[in-house]
Design a binder for this molecule. Structure first.
Ligand SMILES: [Fe+2]
Length: 184
């Protein structure tokens, strides 16, 4: 079940909110411009499936989002526990960054945690299969896929250039709870 935990951005010991209620999560993220919705991701994905097949399986949802929000660029990010680059990838996503464009992800398999830093708080958002999250351009964030990652997310941006991550250089991730054991 997806879950939102909020802390002051300078104090990971102080819990401001902890909820698994979908409506409460959406309401708590709305003031910082983040969209959160629980959708249905009913299709089972086999272990061997290419990106085109994932996009095809969720074509209707993708087209709806594209026409609603004007997103042009779509791809699939899939990471499974046997990925030989999992440690490297995990560390890369743990670096706080922003994008010049919205970052929208629809989780169709597995889970991962988005950390959204805004309004003096860190919004630790566990996203699971069926969750749609939309992070507005310029929002500081990082992502933890955990030590044995298992997730497939369809990512949407307005322009391909929007993919570029602008790293803030802050190592804030290490001060907050990780998704599972911390990196080595
Ligand atoms: Fe990002």
């Amino acid at each position: 079940m997806s879950r939102l935990t909020i802390y002051p951005d300078n104090d990971a010991e102080r819990l401001l909110l902890d909820t698994a209620d979908g409506a409460e999560i959406a309401a708590a993220l709305k003031p910082i411009g983040v969209r959160f919705e629980r959708w249905s991701a009913a299709k089972e994905l086999p272990a061997e499936i290419d990106d085109a097949a994932v996009l095809d399986a969720y074509r209707a949802d993708i087209e709806r989002l594209k026409s609603e929000c004007g997103y042009q660029s779509v791809d699939v990010l899939r990471c499974l526990p046997d990925n030989p680059k999992r440690s490297e990838l995990r560390l890369k996503f743990l670096d706080e960054h922003t994008h010049d464009d919205d970052e929208v992800r629809f989780f169709v398999e597995g889970a991962g945690v988005f950390y959204l830093r805004a309004a003096g708080k860190v919004h630790m958002t566990l996203c699971e299969r069926g969750d749609l999250i939309g992070v507005p351009a310029g929002t500081r964030h990082w992502f933890d896929m955990g030590p044995a990652p298992r997730f497939t997310a369809i990512r949407l941006f307005t322009t391909p250039a929007g993919w570029v991550a602008n790293f803030t250089g802050e190592r804030i991730a290490r001060r907050f709870p990780y998704y599972g054991p911390p990196p080595a």
